[in-house]
Structure formats: C-alpha cells, structure tokens
Design a protein around this ligand. Structure first.
Ligand code: HEC
Length: 144
C-alpha cells in the first residue's frame, strides 16, 4: 500500500515538473516573440528600414498580448531551470511584476492609438520600448 502511495506521489511530482518546464518554455517563447516584434520597429527608428504602419501596429498588439499571459506563467517551483533568466524578485513582488506588465500594455495600447504615420511613430514608440529595460532591470537576471 505504502509503495502505491509513494508511486502516486512521485507521479504527481513528476507531472508538476513537466508543467513547470512548460511555464518556463512558454514565458520564454512569449518574450522571444516580443523581442522578434521589436526588430523591425527598431530598424525603422534608426532609419534602416522604411516605416510600415501595419508592422508597427502588429508589434504593439504582440506587446499588449504578452502582458495578458506573462504574469500567470510564474508559478511556485519555476524560479530555476529551463534556462530561465527570471529574477527571484518576481516571486517577492508578484504585484509589482504584474503592474509592470499592465503599464507595458497600457503604453502599447496608447501608442497604437497615437501612431498614424512616421512622425507619430518616432514620437511615441520609444516610450513603449522604455518598458523593456526598466522591467528587465528589476525582474530579470543577466545570464553569464
Ligand atoms: C514587465 C516586464 C517585462 C517587460 C515590459 C519586457 N520584458 Fe522581456 N523579459 C521579462 C522577463 C521576466 C524575462 C525572463 C523570462 C524568463 O526566463 O522567465 C524576459 C526575457 C526577455 C528575453 C529573453 C527570452 C529568452 O529567454 O530567450 C527577451 C529577448 C526579451 N525579454 C525582450 C523584451 C523586449 C524587446 C521588451 C520590450 C519591447 C521586453 N522584453 C519587455 C520581463 C519583461
């Protein structure tokens, strides 16, 4: 009987580990998509690529979308592993982490409304990008 209980426990723990790895993989994939969505607008800001309103709007939608799922992908037990660069601060200050994503989404949505042409893009997009560094500084650790 005891053996069965232990086997059941091991299975449950095993399943938990799989889910934990999924959460890490998912949140890293979302951030990679956010990074990917930043490449074209970044090049446009530098004048290395022609301004493209549709691409800019698509990137802003990806930013706002990321904020909906990211804060929920940090369950207990996923502080390490899966090559995560999450900082322990996320678990110490989950509310602050969520608020940082809410601000990111609000800034992205405000920019999406404000950006109609290249001039308004150059005036508004950099403000959205400030969120990347300010959040990473607090909630992400540099990997060596
Ligand atoms: C509110 C917080 C927050 C904002 C805003 C944010 N990030 Fe992140 N980002 C994170 C966290 C946390 C990680 C670590 C992910 C993990 O491993 O759990 C991360 C990781 C990344 C990674 C590495 C993904 C990997 O593991 O390979 C890239 C690239 C990235 N972010 C790009 C960006 C860019 C570009 C922006 C702005 C357009 C941005 N992020 C905005 C919190 C944020």
């Amino acid at each position: 009987m005891k053996r069965f209980v232990l086997a059941g426990l091991a299975l449950a723990l095993g399943a938990g580990a799989v889910i934990a790895q999924d959460a890490i993989a998912q949140r890293r994939d979302i951030m990679k998509a956010v990074g990917g969505a930043t490449r074209d607008p970044g090049a446009m800001l530098k004048g290395e690529q022609p301004f493209d309103l549709a691409k800019v709007q698509r990137s802003l939608a990806i930013y706002a979308d990321s904020a909906k799922t990211m804060p929920g992908l940090y369950p207990a037990g996923t502080q390490t592993g899966g090559d995560t660069s999450a900082s322990p601060k996320i678990w110490e200050d989950a509310a602050g982490f969520k608020a940082a994503f809410d601000k990111f989404a609000a800034d992205a949505n405000a920019a999406a409304s404000a950006i109609k042409d290249e001039a308004s893009f150059k005036a508004n997009f950099p403000n959205v990008l400030k969120n990347c560094g300010s959040c990473h500084e607090v909630y992400r650790v540099k990997k060596g």
